[in-house]
Ligand binder design. Structure first.
Ligand SMILES: NC(=O)C1=CN([C@@H]2O[C@H](COP(=O)(O)OP(=O)(O)OC[C@H]3O[C@@H](n4cnc5c(N)ncnc54)[C@H](OP(=O)(O)O)[C@@H]3O)[C@@H](O)[C@H]2O)C=CC1
Ligand SMILES: O=C(O)[C@@H]1CCC=N1
Length: 268
């Protein structure tokens, strides 16, 4: 079994650590690094894993899961890149950064796999997209899948699609939370107590999501089944169309994709 070091265990790094532990990955095969001492102590106490300095972790682990913010990746790689021994697999969780970004600091031909996961990893319902960089083999992709499959679903995509994936599923949970927030407010506008409005919309979201996943029906069909002639739903849909919600979503996801590209340009 491989030893995985999560380099920069913040929110996403911690989700990976906790998901691996829930799936039975031995704590002795997991390492983490943190920038602050309090954070290192917190992770060690919470998960019973060793939290090391970056240099020690990259020496000991076979797989380096880089989970720092993209803006911190250059400083990190400048520090650890020259200390990474040959033969390690680097798995980048960073939005925007292409696998080629890491090559300039790593020993020649170091395999890099780029992944984009999302926060529902906390409940083993992540969507993780995995791409091979120049030197990553099918075996490296399988290893990345082994790491992320316990956190939810995985899919392989060409690396050229990763910025779009980031806009859709990486950032995606935020859009759904935003909708729930707005719809809860709408319930309050209609006179419902906040908690009642929240419970109604959360359960409606869960039920709708399960139908989307399990019914085999196209979303249009599912929506049509709710939308009665001259009924309530079509009155709401007309307002969504009047307010350009579909166009807003197209523009929003394009903006997220463009931001991922911009991050890469700023860091290269
Ligand atoms: N949040 C999300 O939903 C998603 C995030 N991502 C990607 O995951 C990555 C991490 O994001 P997120 O977890 O939200 O960010 P966080 O800021 O929570 O985590 C990054 C962590 O890295 C630490 N760090 C920074 N530099 C170093 C260093 N040189 N050595 C050791 N530790 C270091 C930070 O320390 P400190 O606490 O001191 O800042 C922080 O704890 C990003 O690249 C992001 O694009 C991908 C998918 C979804
Ligand atoms: O907002 C971000 O940049 C990160 C990447 C995807 C989700 N959160």
């Amino acid at each position: 079994m491989h030893t995985v070091a999560v380099i920069g265990a913040g929110k996403i790094g911690e989700l990976l650590l906790s998901g691996l532990l829930r799936s039975g990955w031995p704590a002795g095969r997991l390492l983490a690094t943190a920038r602050r001492t309090e954070r290192a102590e917190e992770l060690a106490a919470r998960y019973g894993i060793r939290v090391l300095k970056n240099e020690a972790a990259v020496g000991e682990a076979d797989v380096l899961a880089v989970a720092v913010k993209p803006q911190d990746a250059e400083a990190l790689m400048t520090d650890i890149g020259p200390k990474v021994p040959s033969g390690k697999l680097v798995v980048s969780l960073c939005a925007g950064l292409p696998t080629s970004f890491f090559a300039k600091w790593l020993p020649e031909a170091t395999p890099v796999v780029r992944v984009m996961t999302n926060t529902p990893a906390l409940v083993d319902q992540a969507m993780t997209a995995i791409s091979a960089g120049a030197f990553a083999t099918p075996a490296h992709l399988e290893l990345a899948e082994e790491m992320f499959a316990p956190l939810g679903r995985t899919v392989r995509v060409p690396e050229s699609q990763q910025d779009a994936v980031t806009a859709l599923s990486g950032s995606g949970p935020a859009y759904f939370y935003y909708l729930v927030e707005a719809m809860t407010d709408a319930g309050i506008l209609l006179g419902l107590p906040r908690q009642v409005a929240y419970d109604l919309i959360v359960q409606t979201a869960i039920g709708s999501a399960i139908m989307l996943r399990d019914s085999g029906e196209h979303p249009v069909k599912l929506r049509e089944a709710v939308t009665s002639p001259a009924g309530t739903t079509i009155s709401a849909i007309r307002e969504l169309e009047n307010h350009g919600v579909r166009a807003a979503l197209l523009a929003a996801l394009e903006a997220a994709r463009d931001r991922a590209r911009q991050i890469a340009e700023q860091q290269s």
